[in-house]
Design a protein around this ligand. Sequence first.
Ligand SMILES: [Zn+2]
Length: 353
Amino acid sequence: MNTTVANIRVLGIHSLIMKKRKVNFFDIQEYITGLIKKKGGWVNCHAHIDRAYTVTQKNFHLYHAVLSEKWNLVDAMKRKSSVNDIYDRMAVAVENMISQNVSALGTFIDVDETVKDKAILAAMKIREKYKKDIKIIYINQVLKGVLEPKAREWFDVAVQFVDIIGGLPGKDKGHEEKHLEVLLSTAKTLKKMVHVHVDQLNTVTESETELLVKKTKEFGMEGKVVGIHGISIAAHPKHYRDTLYKSMKKAGVMMISCPTAWIDNRRSEELAPTHNAITPVDEMVPAGVIVGLGVDNICDIYVPHIDGSMWSELHLLMAAARFTDIEQLVKIATVNGRKVLGLMENSSNLPIK
Ligand SMILES: [Zn+2]
């Protein structure tokens, strides 16, 4: 990335343009990014950097495929990628983060029968190369689920390597409970945290966060479980949402918001309370739920238009959730992220490598 782009991200575009002009206004970007810097820099809680920068002119149209199709559409690319290819993509993404003053990054990496252990091998080299510049936390993505024997085999390999156990109950549709049981029992045995993609489709028919809270309590994993997205929560009635937030707070279930990832939610005729397709941060934070920030997919067929800018994500969160509590926004971008990644001193995430 060139210096000008990096400066704009860090300083705010207005401060550069208006240096010579006598116009004073509250430059929110400059103010907030300044506070974030004082808190030790950004924390990016969610990404898939092993697949970053894989969008091409040829595969760009696949963006319009539905999510469950995309889980397999990336197979050919995963098969073809060498460890070096994956390393290079991860390196660009990590350098993108470092250029923005990101101090810690939590990223999923695919480990399954298609990509096998190639992303693990690349991830080890990446961690070594950038250890002085950024703390990287790895989480395993389970695009093949965790229930089929072959999928389970690779899940068992992945969990030995990663810092946090990753989940995607939607992949084991109809068996979401079983999927969560595998994650939580494994995490409990290995004394690791759990990050789970939940409630992604912005529909009242989903209630995966509710199930995640129930299972967290069942396994005694309070304070060690994090949901990712939670978009569908806002499609439920207010009493459901309020009850859910209370139960999340009680069970210490945290949430990661990746604003751009789902703001492109498809038009639907389903009736629901009016809302933007974003984690309901404006309700969760006042209810005491810990929320962190992530970028999710960077320039791949899932979301070709996410470039990894942390400010863009926080800015969209602020706008789409109409959430302007600056103190809390700074926490979302910094200290909450460290809690979500198990990086606090009194963290429940025990073995961070
Ligand atoms: Zn994700």
